[in-house]
Every structure is written in C-alpha cells, then in structure tokens.
Design a protein around this ligand. Structure first.
Ligand SMILES: O=S(=O)([O-])[S-]
Length: 109
C-alpha cells in the first residue's frame, strides 16, 4: 500500500501562501545547480542521491512535501522514504515547473 500520494500543485501553492508549511517540510530533491536557478525560500535542499545519508535531517513527525523539477524524482524519493517508514508524504505533481508558474509567474522551462 502506498503511504504517499500526489498533491496537485495548486493545492500545494495554497498551503504555501497560507503560511502553513515550513522549510523543514518542503524537501527539494533537485541538484544544487537547479536549486540556484530557482527555489522556494521556505524549502530545504536535499538532492535525491544524498537522501539515504541524510535521513536524520527529515522530520518524521510532519507531513513532508517532496519537490523536484517535474515530479519524477520526487515520486521515486516518496517511494524510497515510504520503505524507510515515513508515512506522511506528498509528491508535488508537476514539480517546480508547475509551482514556479503558479506561485510567482516564473517560467521554469
Ligand atoms: O525532476 S524530474 O525528475 O521530474 S525531470
């Protein structure tokens, strides 16, 4: 059974705007260069390939919103974290490309 689900970017941006999410909850799993190109202030950069070594940095008691560029890597990370026992995970569908456009009209790619 899946312990994670996709979250539509519109709903994610609503949560973001309402100030309900903190940087500990928004995990950006892209690479550093992608992060430098565009990122959300209130997010944490933990590139996908570093996740296995950095599990201790992930809050186990909060819902985690996993983001990447388009939602592919983040889905893989959700799958991995589920196997590690995390049970409140959201894969933000469409990734930063969708979020950037909805949140501040930025054309990501
Ligand atoms: O970031 S991505 O894996 O969706 S291209």
């Amino acid at each position: 059974m899946n312990n994670w689900s996709d979250l539509e970017p519109e709903l994610f941006v609503e949560l973001l705007r309402s100030g309900q999410l903190d940087a500990e909850q928004i995990i950006d799993v892209r690479e550093e260069a992608e992060w430098e190109y565009y990122h959300l202030e209130q997010s944490s950069l933990i590139p996908m390939n570093t996740i296995p070594d950095r599990l201790h940095e992930l809050a186990a008691d909060k819902t985690l919103y996993i983001v990447c560029a388009h939602g592919v890597r983040s889905a893989a990370v959700c799958h991995f974290l589920q196997q590690k026992g995390y049970d409140s995970l959201r894969n933000v569908a469409g990734g930063m490309a969708a979020i950037a456009s909805l949140y501040d009209g930025f054309q990501y790619d």
